[in-house]
Design a protein around this ligand. Structure first.
Ligand code: 3SL
Length: 235
């Protein structure tokens, strides 16, 4: 049976051998939730960047640009990091490519490149991701983007939720990280949104008046897209 392990922070990735495994990169608040929403709304592909200047430069290539630093939309770009940017129609996104940079999410994607496949996970597409992983049948590492190298609750909760969905098909009891995430997911029931209100990132978003983002990013199975990061593009 394939295994499902969880890497609580990109800083811990050197301890994991990603070769032969599938990495599920997750940044629930909000990068991977926004990427999933973007593709579900007809964005053709996204190109993730670490540096703001590289992202901004893609405007000259015809890309929309999306950039977040410290939770806020960066200067001189089309979109921030709210999934609602792809839903509210202010910036038409259908049929466009998007260059994106965020504090933690795009970094985690780049750091997971050694995996056989890099999948973008969120609660919004958790069922589709689970089905995709079942079909691949390979060992899985959930890579939590965290916050500036630190553990965060919302990405870990996703790891627990995914492990709960895959318990019949994957070994989820070998790793203490997976056991802890499963316990945390159970603890967060029946209302994960209420549980997460105490988290540092939710407090940060509330401060930025982005409360609606948290509720949206915790919706499960809203979309069936399974974004894959390959050759520099998320499609
Ligand atoms: O760090 C990131 O990648 C972002 O998702 C952070 S924020 O939710 O936009 O603040």
């Amino acid at each position: 049976m394939p295994t499902l392990d969880i890497c609580f922070s990109p800083e811990l990735l050197p301890l994991f051998n990603l070769q032969g495994r599938v990495a599920v990169v997750v940044d629930i608040l909000r990068a991977t939730s926004s990427i999933v929403t973007a593709l579900a709304q007809g964005v053709t592909h996204l190109v993730p960047f670490s540096e703001l200047a590289d992202c901004r430069a893609m405007a000259a290539e015809g890309y929309l640009t999306a950039a977040e630093r410290d939770g806020r939309q960066a200067e001189g770009v089309n979109l921030g990091n709210s999934p609602f940017g792809y839903l509210n129609g202010v910036v038409p996104v259908r049929g466009r490519g998007v260059a994106i940079t965020t504090t933690n999410g795009t970094r985690a994607l780049h750091l997971s490149g050694a995996a056989d496949a890099v999948v973008v996970g969120a609660f919004l597409n958790i069922g589709a991701v689970a089905e995709h992983l079942r079909r691949l049948g390979k060992d899985v590492v959930v890579v939590c983007a965290g916050w500036k190298g630190n553990f965060c609750l919302e990405d870990t909760l996703f790891g627990g939720a995914l492990a709960a969905r895959l318990q019949a098909d994957f070994q989820t009891t070998d790793s203490d990280a997976t056991l802890a995430a499963l316990d945390l997911w159970a603890l967060a029931q029946p209302d994960p949104a209420a549980y997460l209100r105490k988290s540092s990132h939710v407090r940060r978003l509330n401060h930025l008046e982005a409360h609606q983002d948290m509720e949206f990013c915790l919706r499960q199975d809203e979309y069936a897209v399974v974004p894959v990061f390959r050759n520099g593009r998320i499609t």
